[in-house]
Design a protein around this ligand. Structure first.
Ligand code: NAD
Length: 471
């Protein structure tokens, strides 16, 4: 198999492989695969120096079988329509796998944010939002964007502000976008959610002794050597939580180069160094690797691509030494690489499952916005009072008293972040076992990606059959 073909072709290759032998007729499978709405537009932009240029942008709603549709907005210089379609389709399958009741979507603006001033990015973001609003491509019940590559909380705040300016008085308006700052209707834990979800995914996979034995690894995440590509939102948080969970980060790759240290790197210290020196290179105690991509081939147990798509290809897949690939980025593995990994018995935790923590917590943020109340606000004190009464009853019955530290641990009503993280953990753990059981039930699927796609296809297919076809 070659690496030729678009990213959308690659997603459909994975879909077709997983759908073979499913119960659904080809006509219905074709309906599931198609992008329902594609909006491509160009708007004029005046740069800070007065010069004029065109900006190309997209919003693709892949599947309207559940509304609203949901998916991030990417700011990248080399993005194209096939990539946005692929990313929107992945969102549909991802939402189905983690039982988040949205159809998939994705947006993109063809700019390199590093080449624009913040004031320029603000005007681009507001105009993009305005274009979406004009065509009814944004709204809490229509289509709800979120951050992706090149965007973050700052852009989401500009989007919600623009949307509310265009829709004054709309009660649920805050739910038009997720990934907002907590002070603007965001939810605690969203920024970290994709990386934290990756941690829950790999911790769960590594906890199953039978599967680790098949890879020649000991059970448990502690001590596993990990390579991270991309120290952005997803890569940084995945590295941070896995490091805290006992994994040893032996290499980190960024676009300017990579650093390696077999004794481990502290992601927080590396990030501070990169902020101060504007480069990951030169980190004390680490070896510099000028060719960033070469770091992916270093000796390790787990490889985490968390930057961009198509980094594991037919060209380098045979040289990857890690036994597990944990996909933080969307579409990092081409079908050609996938085939090589399957032949080599490398376990791949696929993007449509592994990085679903972001959309899961985006769903919680949307629910919070529609509910107009912070999670935990109503019950925190009540639960603390009940727990304190319970501890006092135990003390009275046993004649012994707990220490102040123990009391603080026992009497602890959940705050918003506790509730969000608990919902995320539950989601990632349950979804992992759903996919793993699918593979056990249908071993011909061959790997976890096909099992994840089949899980999604079954849920979406059932939904289409129940809904019927209008008119
Ligand atoms: P980001 O912009 O915060 O970070 C991406 C990082 O990758 C940047 O630090 C960039 O410098 C680095 N990078 C770019 N090219 C590289 C290269 N060739 N080698 C090494 N590093 C390189 O973006 P993000 O939000 O972390 O998204 C990263 C990936 O995760 C994307 O594929 C995105 O679609 C996916 N994803 C993001 C979320 C989310 O919640 N943000 C959710 C699910 C999936």
């Amino acid at each position: 198999m070659s690496d030729a073909g678009s990213m959308f072709d690659a997603v459909n290759t994975y879909f077709d492989r997983a759908a073979a032998g499913s119960q659904f007729p080809q006509g219905l499978l074709n309906i599931m695969k198609a992008c329902n709405s594609i909006y491509r537009f160009t708007f004029p932009f005046r740069r800070a120096d007065g010069s004029l240029q065109n900006i190309n942008a997209w919003r693709v709603e892949h599947s309207h079988h559940k509304m609203p549709t949901k998916g991030g907005i990417r700011y990248a210089e080399f993005v194209d329509e096939e990539e946005v379609k692929a990313l929107a389709a992945l969102m549909t399958y991802k939402c189905a796998i983690v039982d988040v009741p949205f159809g998939g979507a994705k947006g993109a603006v063809q700019v390199d944010p590093k080449k624009f001033q913040p004031e320029e990015l603000e005007r681009i973001t507001r105009r993009y939002t305005h274009e979406l609003a004009k065509k009814n491509f944004i709204g809490p019940g229509i289509d709800v964007p979120a951050p992706d590559y090149g965007t973050g909380e700052r852009e989401m705040a500009w989007i919600v502000d623009t949307y509310l300016a265009l829709n004054p008085g709309q009660l649920d308006g805050l739910g038009c976008v997720t990934g907002k700052p907590v002070t603007q209707g965001g939810v605690r834990g969203r920024k970290e959610a994709t990386g934290r979800g990756l941690f829950f995914a790999i911790r769960e996979a590594c906890s199953i002794a039978e599967d680790m034995k098949a890879l020649g690894l000991e059970p448990g995440l502690a001590g596993k050597r990990m390579i991270i590509q991309g120290l952005g939102n997803v890569g940084y948080h995945a590295a941070k939580f896995c490091h805290e969970g006992g994994a040893v980060i032996v290499a980190i790759a960024e676009y300017e180069g990579a650093i390696a240290n077999p004794n481990g790197l502290d992601p927080e210290a590396v990030t501070a160094h990169r902020k101060a020196t504007k480069s990951i290179l030169g980190f004390p105690g680490a070896t510099d690797i000028k060719d960033s991509a070469a770091a992916l081939e270093l000796d390790a147990d787990i490889l985490v691509p968390a930057a961009l798509e198509n980094v594991l290809t037919g060209d380098n897949a045979a040289r990857i030494k890690a036994k597990i690939v944990l996909e933080g980025a969307n579409g990092p593995t081409t079908p050609a690489a996938e085939e090589i990994f399957r032949q080599r018995g490398i376990m791949v935790l696929p993007d449509i499952y592994a990085n679903a923590g972001g959309v899961t917590v985006s769903y919680f943020e949307w629910v919070k916005n529609l509910g107009h109340v912070r999670f935990g606000r109503m019950q925190k004190r009540l639960e603390e009072r009940d727990e304190a009464n319970f501890v006092r009853a135990i003390e009275r019955l046993t004649g012994k008293s707990v220490s102040d530290d123990e009391r603080r641990m026992l009497v602890n009503g959940p705050g918003e972040e506790d509730i969000v993280n608990s919902g995320l953990e539950e989601t990632m753990v349950v979804a992992y076992h759903g996919i793993r059981e699918m593979l056990k039930k249908e071993p011909a699927l061959g790997d976890l990606r096909a099992a994840a796609f089949r899980t999604a296809i079954e849920k979406i297919g059932r939904s289409y059959l129940e809904l019927g076809v209008f008119p």
